[in-house]
Design a protein around this ligand. Structure first.
Ligand code: SF4
Length: 364
């Protein structure tokens, strides 16, 4: 027990830089985002939805950081707060050594050229009354002094890069399929040549056959332009395919962060283990047991005390209900927030499906 405590270290970006010699492009520090709930005649604030509560992580330059978790866990809110599309409640986001929450409107406008977003829904993220060429060039008009011919040249170049034709620039969004619209969304995000893109569930609204196309385009563009991605998704197979490192969120908290291969081979947090057990295995001879969590995700209006996962965790014990586990590095940038990992012996946080009630472990 004592040995594991000595090995654990608080997750600080400085330590990671020293260890890996990689450059951190985006450093999210203790990010908090609460939404007010108003009620009564005077619409006074009666409660707060704790969508993101003290989340910290960093993204290295040129990597893809996958962010996963169930719907409502706060991952999309993290992405939008990072870009200042939503105001934060507290915390800091340092991008390229500048705290974006401290920027004035002029500096923020400059910063927006470097940070873009690809939205989840390709049907609603494009203005239906605007030809796609105008949608793609809108950012160029706002952020650069390029003339209309130069903007058109960029539009054609971007459309070509995402596998579309120059004449598509004159057409309207309703003339395209979902996959084509998402490619237009990618072209729009790329037009300003950003360094960093938040990909907010970019393929979840697309057919499976189209998802691979769009992911391959994103991968090719990353290599070509040296892009850094925050890849938000709930499909763990897609995240495994696409990410270099992965963060797992539960009810507004980051519960585990690790290198992709390490996380998928050795998930330490019980919630991550339950998520991993739900990934379909394309081998009918494999008899894998899925860990079914009991109960629903609690409301972020009144999150549980201590570890937020304790109401559903099959390994919870008394300390879990009283104190919140910190996110700590246990093994070469494998960060976990779990008391069993902190206090126990190696392997203590592993859920043994054989020890669970039959209702929570169906065979398939
Ligand atoms: Fe489960 Fe306790 Fe670990 Fe939370 S801290 S994941 S409740 S064992």
């Amino acid at each position: 027990m004592a040995r594991r405590k000595q090995e654990s270290e608080v997750a600080t970006p400085e330590r990671v830089v020293h260890k890996t010699e990689k450059k951190i492009l985006l450093d999210v520090q203790n990010l908090v985002k609460y939404f007010p709930v108003r009620s009564g005649l005077l619409q006074r604030v009666s409660a707060w939805v704790k969508a993101v509560d003290d989340v910290s992580f960093h993204i290295y330059s040129g990597e893809t950081f996958g962010l996963v978790g169930e719907s409502g866990c706060g991952k999309t809110t993290v992405g939008r707060t990072i870009l200042r599309l939503l105001p934060s409640t507290s915390g800091d986001v340092v991008f390229n050594d500048k705290n974006i929450f401290d920027l004035n409107s002029q500096d923020l406008k400059r910063m927006r050229r470097e940070m873009q977003i690809i939205f989840q829904d390709p049907f609603s993220s494009l203005d239906p009354r605007m030809p796609v060429g105008e949608s793609i060039s809108e950012g160029l008009r706002v952020h650069t002094d390029k003339n209309s011919q130069e903007r058109y040249d960029v539009v054609v170049e971007m459309l070509t890069r995402v596998g579309m034709r120059a004449d598509h620039a004159r057409r309207y969004p309703h003339e395209f399929s979902g996959g084509q619209r998402q490619r237009i969304g990618i072209a729009r995000a790329l037009a300003l040549r950003p360094k960093f893109i938040v990909c907010d569930e970019p393929v979840s609204a697309l057919d499976v056959s189209i998802q691979a196309q769009v992911l391959n385009i994103l991968r090719d563009l990353q290599q070509e332009f040296g892009l850094t991605y925050l890849f938000i998704a709930h499909n763990l197979s897609v995240v495994e395919h696409f990410s270099d490192r992965v963060g797992v969120m539960y009810l507004g908290k980051m519960v585990e962060v690790a290198d992709r291969d390490e996380l998928y081979a050795n998930p330490l947090h019980p919630y991550t283990q339950a998520l991993m057990s739900a990934i379909p295995v394309p081998d009918p001879t494999l008899n894998r047991q899925r860990i079914l969590l009991e109960g629903d995700v609690p409301s972020p209006l009144r999150p549980p005390s201590g570890c937020r996962f304790h109401t559903r965790c099959p390994l919870a014990y008394e300390k879990c209900t009283l104190e919140e586990p910190p996110l700590k590095d246990y093994n070469e940038e494998h960060y976990v927030a779990c008391w069993l990992v902190e206090d126990g012996e190696p392997g203590d946080s592993k859920i043994d499906p054989a020890a669970l009630p039959a209702t929570t472990v169906p065979d398939f």
